[in-house]
Design a protein around this ligand. Structure first.
Ligand code: CO
Length: 501
C-alpha cells in the first residue's frame, strides 16, 4: 500500500505513471535490439540504428521530464514514506540527476553509434579483421569519455563509468578486491597444474546444432525457466534481454565441435532470466525502476551461480546426465557421469573468457579491467589494443594469442560502449559464493535436493532473498542484508579450494 497522505499518494503515483512509460519505451527498444542480434538482415542495420536512436531519445525525454523534478522535490521532504516509497524516491532522484546531465542529442547519437559499432564488431570478428572495427571503437571510447564528463567532470572517467554498472565502486576499490582474488587464483592454478591433466576429448566431438538446441531446451526446463515467458534463439554472443514483464528472452550459440559451450551458455543466461522474471519488490512499483535488477554484479552472481555452482556440480548431473548423454548419442555412450563432471570442470589456461573454467575466469576479467581502465584514461590507443591484449594474456595466462578473433575481438562489450562492465563478472562470482554459503546453511540437504532435480527450494530462496527485491537496496546493502556482512572475497576462494582440491 502507498502511505496514508493523499497528496503524497498522488505524487508518487504520478512518478510511477511517468516511469512506466519510460519502461515501455525501453522494452520497445529491447525488441529492436534483440531483433538486431538475432534475425535482422545485414542491410537492415542503417535504419535500425536510426530506430534505436529515436526510441532511446524518447525514453530519455521521459526520464528528464521536468514534472519528475517537481514531484521529487515535493516527496523528498515527506516523513511518512513506506520503505518502498522511500527507496523509490531516492532511486528516481539518482537516475533523474544522472539523465538530466546528458543532452538528448548525445543520448540519441550514442544509441545510433552503438548500434552501428556492434554490427561492425560482428563483421570484424567474422572476418578476423580488427581494422573494420577500429574506427567504431574509437567513436565509442570518445563518446564514453564525453558521457563521463557530462555525468561528473570532477571524477576519473573510468570511475564514473564503473558506477553505471556497480553503483559505488571505483577503479581503486575494484583493483583492491582483484589483487586478493588474483593471488588466490594463481596459487590454486599452480596447484592444479601440478596434477595429471583431465581427459575431456569426448567433449570435443561433433554434435549437431539441432541436438544442442534440444539439450538447451531440456536444461531450461530443468532449471525452472518458464518457456511461456521467454524464448531461446542464437547469437554471436549469448545474452538475456527483457522485452516485457512476461517476456525475458535468452540466446545461446552452437559450437559444432564443443557442445558444452551452448549448454553452459544456456544455463548461464537462464540464471539471468530467472532473476529478471522474479523481480517484484512491491505490486505498486511494477514496471518502474524499482522493479529492475540492482546491478550487473548481482545479475552475474545469479547467472554464474546457476551455471557453475549448480550447473557444474556432481549433484546436478546425477539427475540430468542420463538425458544429455542420450541426446548426445555416440560421443558420450561410454562416458560415465564422473568422467563427464570431471571434464566439464577441467581447469586449463585458455583464450576465450566465456569458455574459461571457474579458476582461470577471474584472470580473463582482470586482463579486460586493466586494459579498459588504460583505454579510458587515454593511456592505450585503439591501434595498440591488439598488441596490448596479447601481452596481457601472455602475462596473466601464459598463452600466445594466434589472432584477434581469439583475442581482443572475442567480446561484444566494448563495441556497445560498455566500458566498466567486465569487473561485474568477477564481482558476480564473489557475490555468488557469499550468497551460496548462506543458502547452504539455510536450506537443509540442498545438495541432495539438487541431485534429485529438485531446485524449487533454491529458486524460492533466491526469489525471496535476492530476485524479488529488485532495486529496493543498493548492491552492498543487499549483500549485507542477506549474508550479514559486506563483500568478502574469501568465500569464493573457499568455494574454489573445496571444489578443486
Ligand atoms: Co552473464
Amino acid at each position: 500500500m502507498f502511505s496514508k497522505g493523499a497528496t503524497m499518494r498522488q505524487e508518487i503515483a504520478k512518478l510511477v505513471e511517468l516511469d512506466r512509460q519510460r519502461t515501455l519505451l525501453t522494452h520497445i527498444g529491447a525488441v529492436l535490439g534483440w531483433d538486431q542480434e538475432t534475425y535482422l538482415p545485414e542491410k537492415g542495420i542503417e535504419e535500425r540504428s536510426e530506430q534505436l536512436s529515436l526510441i532511446e531519445g524518447l525514453a530519455h525525454e521521459k526520464a528528464v521530464d521536468p514534472q519528475i523534478g517537481e514531484l521529487l522535490a515535493a516527496t523528498e521532504a515527506a516523513k511518512d514514506l513506506s520503505p518502498e516509497e522511500a527507496a523509490y524516491v531516492k532511486l528516481t532522484r539518482r537516475e533523474y540527476d544522472k539523465e538530466t546531465k546528458l543532452p538528448s542529442e548525445f543520448v540519441m547519437e550514442y544509441a545510433k553509434q552503438a548500434s552501428l559499432s556492434q554490427a561492425a564488431w560482428s563483421q570484424a570478428k567474422s572476418a578476423n579483421d580488427f581494422s573494420l572495427f577500429a574506427p567504431h571503437l574509437e567513436t565509442m571510447i570518445r563518446m564514453n569519455k564525453e558521457r563521463a564528463a557530462y555525468l561528473d567532470s570532477g571524477r576519473k572517467p573510468y570511475d564514473v563509468l564503473l558506477d553505471l554498472f556497480e553503483y559505488g565502486s571505483t577503479e581503486a576499490s575494484v583493483a583492491a578486491v582483484f589483487s586478493v582474488m588474483k593471488k588466490d587464483l594463481v596459487a590454486l592454478l599452480d596447484k592444479i597444474a601440478a596434477q595429471p591433466p583431465v581427459d575431456d576429448s569426448f567433449l570435443h566431438v561433433p554434435v549437431s546444432a539441432e541436438i544442442q538446441a534440444k539439450m538447451s531446451r531440456y536444461l531450461m526446463d530443468a532449471v525452472g525457466y518458464d518457456q511461456k515467458r521467454g524464448r531461446l534463439d542464437t547469437t554471436a554472443h549469448p545474452f538475456t534481454t527483457t522485452l516485457g514483464r512476461d517476456d525475458v528472452r535468452i540466446t545461446t550459440r552452437y559450437v559444432e565441435n564443443y557442445f558444452p559451450s551452448s549448454i553452459f551458455s544456456t544455463i548461464h543466461e537462464s540464471g539471468h532470466a530467472l532473476y529478471e522474471m522474479n523481480i517484484d519488490p512491491h505490486p505498486d512499483f511494477r514496471g518502474t525502476r524499482l522493479a529492475e535488477a540492482v546491478s550487473m554484479a548481482v545479475h552475474e552472481s545469479q547467472s554464474r551461480m546457476l551455471e557453475n555452482f549448480v550447473g557444474r556440480s556432481r549433484a546436478f548431473w546425477e539427475k540430468h546426465y542420463p538425458a544429455i548423454q542420450a541426446m548426445a548419442g555416440e560421443p558420450l555412450a561410454n562416458v560415465d557421469v564422473d568422467r563427464f563432471v570431471k571434464a566439464i570442470n577441467k581447469v586449463e589456461r585458455s583464450l576465450i573468457r566465456t569458455e574459461a573454467d571457474e579458476v582461470t575466469y577471474g584472470l580473463h576479467v582482470i586482463v579486460r579491467f586493466e586494459l579498459e581502465s588504460a583505454i579510458i584514461s587515454g593511456n592505450l590507443a585503439v591501434k595498440d589494443i591488439p598488441q596490448a591484449w596479447n601481452a596481457k594474456i601472455k602475462e596473466l595466462l601464459g598463452l600466445d594469442v594466434p589472432n584477434d578473433r581469439l583475442g581482443c575481438l572475442q567480446d561484444v562489450h566494448w563495441s556497445m560502449g560498455a566500458f566498466g562492465y567486465f569487473p561485474s563478472y568477477a564481482l558476480g562470482n564473489l557475490y555468488a559464493a557469499q550468497f551460496w554459503e548462506v543458502m547452504q546453511e539455510q536450506i537443509p540437504n540442498l545438495e541432495q535436493k539438487i541431485s534429485r532435480g529438485e531446485l524449487g527450494d533454491m529458486q524460492q530462496w533466491l526469489k525471496v532473498n535476492v530476485h524479488s527485491k529488485g532495486s529496493l537496496y543498493l548492491p552492498g546493502e543487499l549483500l549485507q542484508k542477506v549474508t550479514g556482512k559486506p563483500l568478502d572475497p574469501s568465500c569464493f576462494a573457499r568455494y574454489l579450494n573445496k571444489k578443486f582440491s
